[in-house]
Design a protein. Sequence first.
Length: 124
Amino acid sequence: MSRIRLILLAHGSRDVQWRKSFETFRDDLASELGKHSVSLAYLELIPPTLEEAIMEAVKEGVERIRVLPLFMAMGKHLDRDIPKQIQEITAKHLKLKIELLPAVTSYPAVYDAMKATAKQAASD
């Protein structure tokens, strides 16, 4: 069992089609990293919530969690809401280490892939 868990965090939508892309991404990543190394959570509207995903990881013996927000940019949720939620969880589980990573688009590789996709779309 992995002692580190990556939790992919998406905003959340009741639309099943919206969720499928995130679930497919999670499944593809889990097939490479191991099914116990990655999970998916949603900020609102549908389960599992971030807290539920973290608690499941804790039950499985995970000691370190990295949360990767699948968000386009920093904003209120990433600046305030999610850090507050993580702080409340770590206050209850003192041995648990949770790291909130930047929005996925903050990474140069993601930015470059988006730019390449936009340039291709503009030239077709």
